[in-house]
Structures are given as C-alpha cells and as structure tokens.
Design a protein. Structure first.
Length: 289
C-alpha cells in the first residue's frame, strides 16, 4: 500500500511540475489582451516595407505639422530606393534568415520620322530607338535577436551579389546608307551619334558585398513592428553602367565603295570600398505571418 501511495504521490508531483513549467512558458510569451502573441516564433515569415508613408498618413490625420500638407501614401513603398523585396524567415524565436531580391527588366521604344531619301512628295520613313535595361540584386544573411517585452535588438551579417544596370540601345533607320545617299536623313535620337550608331551596349557590372548590421525594432501591434538599422561592410564593384561601353556604328566608306561597320569598346573600371550605410534613411515596418 505504501508503495502505491508513494507512486501516486510521485506521479502527482511530476504532473504538477509539468503544468507549472507550461504555465511559466506561457507567461514568457508576450500576448495582447486578445491572446495574440506580439513576437514572431519559429516558422514565421516577415515582409518589410518603408514606414515613411504610414508616418506621413498619421501626420496628415492629426495635423501635427501645424496645418501644412503631408504626402499621404497611395500604397506600400519599397524598403529603400533600389526597389528591394525584403523578407525574413525565423529559424527559431531568436534567429532569422534574411533575403533581399531585386530583378528588373525594362524595354522602351521611341519612334520618329525622317524624310524619305529621294522623295519629292514629302514622304516619310520610320526610325526607331529601343532601350533595354536590366538589374539583378540578390542578398542573404543571418540575424540574431534579443530583447525585453516588445523591444527587440538585433545584429548579424548579409552577403550580396549584384549585376549592375546592363543597358542596350538599338537604332533602326528607315533610310539606308548608299552610294547615292551617303548621309541620309535620320532621326538624331539621344546616343545615336547623329544617325550613325546602330547599337550602344553598356555592359553589366559585377559586384559583391559583405555587410554587418545592427538595429532595433518595437512591436507596435501583435506581429507588426517598427524598426531601423545601420550597416557597415565592404563592397567590390567592376565596371557598371558607365564602365565598359561597346558602340557599333556604320558609315559610307568611299575607298571600298560600301557601308563600313565599326565597333569601339571602352575600358573597364573597378572600385573597392569600406563604408557605413543604412536602409535608405527611412524607418521600416515588418509584417509577420
């Protein structure tokens, strides 16, 4: 009988200790009055946007600017001027993986008209300028977090790779260069070299960076935080939009009696720097889900 009583007492002690531990754990989870946790947990994602539009909106609403106008937001803004999509994935309550990405492709076409070679009736032909640009940025890093209550400090490091602003300008002309019309009427688009250039290609630069960062955020609502950070790191960039330029042009060659095409390439440049930075000078909001 004594053994049974002892066993039951031990079991009750074990169960009571278990419930006490669960209660202690529950107390450590900061929650709103409705029971929603403020802080992110393992497996959560976060999306970052610039906070300035929301602060402007609040200032407009309460007129803290003495009646002067604020710029009310029309939509989310990117975290900085480079249009990065910024997100996090939480490995555990105190560690997150960061990801920043920007992949941009753009093509614009400008059309104009020139008088057709040999026309006597004012007939026109179409000239066309097409500009294609591209930019790719990929960044990833690890973030360590610690804090008290709603206030969280964080630090860590990110690495990045950049393909910088490749740009190609192509020119097409309605009037061809011939032995009769060695200098035909052509639209002088920007960069067209008075109608001689066929293509101007600014080759993409390559960049690498490694940055350390430190910052702070405050959870103004459950799973919504307002924060900011500073960075310090090293960066290497080769060429870029104004570095290597390849220009292909055409002109009449009187010696050969034909159209000659030439290609000229400028040299490349590279830079290396160690500097501080930030996220574009703006506070940001993080939405966790």
């Amino acid at each position: 009988m004594k053994k049974i009583v002892f066993s039951l007492s031990f079991l009750m002690l074990f169960v009571t200790a278990g419930f006490s531990q669960e209660e202690a754990t529950e107390k450590e989870v900061l929650k709103s009055k409705k029971g929603t946790p403020y802080l992110p947990k393992a497996g959560d994602y976060a999306l970052g946007v610039a906070a300035t539009p929301f602060l402007n909106f609040a200032g407009e609403a309460v007129k803290i600017n003495s009646g002067g106008p604020f710029n009310s937001p029309a939509a989310f803004n990117f975290l900085n001027g480079n249009n990065f999509i910024y997100g996090k994935y939480f490995i555990d309550d105190a560690t997150a993986v960061r990801l920043m990405i920007n992949i941009t492709r753009n093509s614009t076409t400008d059309r104009d008209y020139s008088t057709k070679s040999g026309t006597t009736t004012g007939e026109e032909v179409e000239d066309k300028h097409t500009r294609t640009t591209s930019n790719t940025y990929l960044g990833a890093g690890i973030e360590n977090r610690r804090g008290y209550g709603r206030l969280v400090g964080f630090y860590g490091a990110t690495a990045s790779i950049t393909l910088q602003n490749g740009q190609t300008d192509k020119y097409e002309y309605g009037n061809a260069i011939t032995g009769v019309y060695t200098n035909p009427a052509r639209t002088n688009f920007v960069g067209s070299g008075a109608g001689a250039n066929l293509e101007v290609k600014r080759k993409s630069g390559f960049g690498m960076g490694l940055n350390g960062f430190v910052g702070v955020e405050y959870f103004i609502l459950p799973k919504i935080s307002l924060g900011g950070e500073f960075t310090w790191g090293v960066a290497y960039n080769q060429a870029g939009n104004s570095g290597r330029i390849v220009t292909t042009s055409e002109a009449w060659d009187a010696l050969s009696g034909a159209v000659a095409t030439t290609e000229v390439e400028t040299g490349k440049t590279s830079t290396f720097n160690i500097t501080t930075g930030n996220t574009g000078g703006a506070l940001y909001l993080l939405f966790h889900f």
